[in-house]
Design a protein around this ligand. Structure first.
Ligand code: ADP
Length: 151
């Protein structure tokens, strides 16, 4: 069984992430959306909220799981016996950043990173932009799955 982990902060999940996860499921038997816990980072949404948004989004998708993890992504992959890391690429900046991480990960463990190019209509979406729109009371609903709603 081919399984991939899709790691990130998902603060919050966007339609860009959604697109990569849905397409990832056509390549892998299981896609595990893994929310990395970084104690030094300030988040807009709590870990519980971020997890709930993703779980609700994929409630009808048995091939998609949501988990949280601490520490190195490759160590977590070994722990849960996953051979692939799935990542999305939006632009050259993403490429340079992802290239360094993927090479480092390959030095640390025999785990392949698989990249999917963003879809044209979601390529501009980033969680940081969504947070900015939310902070300034803009309409963020076009950028995120329906489960992401601020009370
Ligand atoms: P991080 O916390 O690692 O910066 P994110 O949680 O924002 O990352 O994103 C996790 C993954 O989703 C990364 O591989 C990132 O490139 C990808 N991603 C984010 N937004 C998009 C998008 N609009 N289209 C495609 N991939 C995306």
């Amino acid at each position: 069984m081919k399984r991939a982990i899709f790691p990130g902060s998902f603060d919050p999940i966007t339609l860009g992430h959604y697109d990569i996860i849905k397409r990832g499921v056509t390549l892998f038997d299981e896609v595990i959306v893994a929310i990395g816990i970084n104690a030094d980072k300030k988040y807009m949404f709590s870990l519980e909220e971020r997890k709930k948004f993703i779980e609700e989004t994929f409630a009808d998708e048995p091939k998609i799981k949501v988990v949280t993890y601490k520490g190195l992504t490759v160590d977590f992959c070994k722990e849960i016996n996953v051979e692939f890391i799935l990542r999305g690429l939006r632009n050259p900046a993403d490429f340079e950043f992802e290239k360094a991480i993927a090479h480092t990960n390959r030095d640390l463990a025999p785990i392949e990173t698989v990249f999917l190019l963003t879809s044209a209509d979601t390529s501009y979406i980033a969680s940081s932009i969504v947070r900015d729109v939310i902070r300034n009371n803009g309409d963020y609903t076009k950028l995120v799955p329906k489960s992401v709603r601020i009370k």
